[in-house]
Design a protein around this ligand. Sequence first.
Ligand code: TA6
Length: 298
Amino acid sequence: MNQTSIEQLNQKFAIKDTFSFSTNQTSFTKVKIKSKSGYSLELYLYGAHITSWKDPKNQELFFMSEKAVFEQGKPIRGGIPLVFPQFGGGALPSHGFARIKNWQVESAKLNAQGHPCLKLYLESNSEIKNIWPYDFKLDLDITLSDKLSIDFTVNNLSDKIFEFTSALHTYFAVSDVRKIQIEGLAGLEYLDSLKNREKFSEKSKIFSFEEQIDRIYLNAPNKMRIITPERKFVIEKTNYKDAVVWNPWAERAKQIADLGDNEWPNLACVEAGNVAAPINLAGKSKATFNQTLSIEQN
Ligand code: TA6
């Protein structure tokens, strides 16, 4: 599909007060979505990257770095970077290529319940196949009601099996990460990425951030909560086994070029993913993974 201009996108997909297309200062295509429930969303076709989720009081629920860059080939810091097909470092770009490729719009519609549903896709092409030699199609279906539901489907169009790791690297906005807790991690085993992925088990009844954290919690429950002084974020997941928990803390934050030195207290990454063990997807088959976020007011 040739989607060169914003006018064409608006002609084809815009729905008054629901979907609109525009560009930002670096000509990246932005999609704005509004739901009847008063929630709104902003995302970029670049990376299928959600950068804003606001509640009916217009309060921002995702952290975005004030130093985030919008440049081809570079990931956007904040919101929800989509990690695929490689979590972390390795042969491919860090956290894979999906977050640094331009996705396409398949459809923008209201579903049977009247909630906006945006379908985006990314297909393999010769450039991607140079670094990851498979035929595939990725679908990202985003539905915005009083919840934010994200279905990620990986279609293996090749004859051969491929494996991947993946995550929705969600940056939740918090006023002070030192004052929040995560419900659902007690007793879980985790791999500590700050200690060569050595395995430990979570001893605290309820997790709180007290230092730099970079952990992969194994077999995390399908419902977790982040309790903050402002609100509770509810994270529900299906088919994602792990939950990655990350905050860089003060020293590490200084080394991250696209993160302000004093911004780290305002973010908490809790990421539904399949990270510790890759998914093996047989040829000519597909698999779908869901993360659904909602808010409970304090
Ligand atoms: O999810 C945690 C993590 O993998 C950390 O190790 C940390 O470096 C972070 O993601 C950010 O990665 P990025 O490539 O976006 O700078």
